[in-house]
Write a protein that binds this ligand. Structure first.
Ligand code: UD1
Length: 368
């Protein structure tokens, strides 16, 4: 009997994670001729711009989605509800044995709710992360998804500890972070293939990178004004690849970018890796970028009030500044002057995807 896995993705970081898992699944099938695991990828359409979606499928050689549900943008209820309606139809047609879902987006929660109601076991990759800020849509999405998952793959021991505090101990595996697998696989390729530096007249270590996209940083005019002012007061070149949400909010609030900031279109994964690998300092509100900065040996300033990736702060490579411009400038100056502490291995060894695939293959074969 063929084991059917449905992988649901929708937003940019999920494409990167899915690429690592799909590659590991294909390798598992090649190495185990008796294995009969089929994966179908379903794209909710949460991200739909060419630069936010297709470029990742092309560059990371992710199998073409079996279905694209074209849900697009909308309010949380509208977006999540439409995804659920369309995903339910897909689940009824494909009858998957397992749902693979990643992270904390609306696509994650919609797929998990549909699977749970249809009694399809859920494998949640990047389980157990907590900001303990329930105002973040991502926190709601991840808490609810964890509580209805069968397999919970945690990037760190701390994430497994968070689950234990909520009474979740069954099915919890500390696998490491699949984003590290993706980075190790693509780092050399990025160095060879990306032209992002010459294309933007950038020289290694002579610029810093910033990204802002979280609703809590973009939607409120005074918060976004403070953040752009802080980045301006750094007074050194900063490159800012702009998420469409941020571009829209800057226009809506009539905020113009300071002179030291160069805005770019959203970048592909390889371009982003190359940009960070050659940067001086990273400033971001993204989760993935906080870790990528660490793995690429770059200090990170996190423009948020809390982080799920607390280990990077504890080891001295990441600082939380919230949206306060003064804090941002101080953190930047101190990272510029200071020698950074010894690095330790955080979030696994780059083999998380293999571990996850083996674990699922064993569990499912045993259950059959
Ligand atoms: C989503 C995730 C967030 C993740 C981020 C990665 C949720 C609640 N949030 O946030 O956790 O870090 O993806 O990027 O799921 N837009 C476009 N084109 C696109 C996609 C979005 O123009 O291809 C614009 C639209 O104006 C849209 C806005 O961006 O309304 C926000 O997009 P949405 O998918 O709702 O959330 P993100 O901010 O991308």
């Amino acid at each position: 009997m063929t084991l059917r896995i449905v992988t649901v993705v929708g937003a940019r970081p999920q494409f990167i994670k899915a690429a690592a898992i799909s590659r590991a699944l294909a390798e598992h099938n090649r190495g185990n001729p008796s294995s009969d695991i089929e994966e179908q990828i379903v794209h909710t359409g949460q991200h739909y711009d060419e630069g936010m979606s297709q470029v990742f499928f092309d560059e990371l050689q992710i199998p073409r989605p079996w279905k694209n549900l074209s849900v697009g943008s909308g309010s949380h209820g509208q977006q999540t509800g439409l995804m659920m309606q369309r995903l339910e139809e897909v689940f009824c047609e494909y009858e998957p044995h397992v749902l693979l879902t990643f992270g904390d987006t609306n696509s994650t929660l919609a797929s998990a709710l549909v699977a749970a109601k249809l009694h399809t076991p859920i494998a949640h990759i990047e389980a157990g992360l907590r900001s303990y800020n329930r105002k973040m849509p991502e926190e709601v999405n991840r808490v609810l998804t964890d509580h209805i998952s069968t397999w919970l793959f945690c990037p760190s021991q701390a994430a497994a500890g968070n689950l234990a505090k909520e009474g979740i101990t069954n099915g919890v595996h500390v696998s490491g972070d699949v984003m590290y697998d993706a980075l190790l696989f693509n780092q050399q390729l990025a160095a060879e293939k990306s032209n992002v530096l010459p294309e933007n007249c950038l020289k290694p270590n002579q610029y810093s990178v910033a990204t802002i996209h979280r609703a809590e940083n973009t939607d409120d005019k005074s918060r976004l004004t403070d953040i752009t002012r802080g980045i301006g007061e750094i007074g050194e070149p900063v490159v800012l690849p702009l998420h469409p949400r941020t571009r829209n909010c800057l226009a809506r609030h009539a905020i113009s970018l300071p002179a030291n900031v160069k805005a770019l279109e959203p970048l592909s994964y390889l371009d982003m890796v190359c940009l960070v690998a050659n940067a001086k300092i990273v400033m971001t509100d993204s989760g993935g970028l906080q870790k990528e900065a660490y793995w690429l040996n770059k200090p990170c300033i996190t423009i948020r009030d809390e982080t799920e990736w607390s280990e990077t702060v504890e080891c001295g490579w990441n600082r939380l500044t919230g949206g306060n411009p003064g804090e941002l400038v101080r953190a930047f100056a101190s990272f510029s002057d200071q020698k950074l502490p010894e690095r330790q291995e955080l979030y696994g060894d780059g083999k998380a995807s293999d571990r996850i695939v083996r674990c699922l293959a064993n569990a499912i074969t045993t259950a059959r």
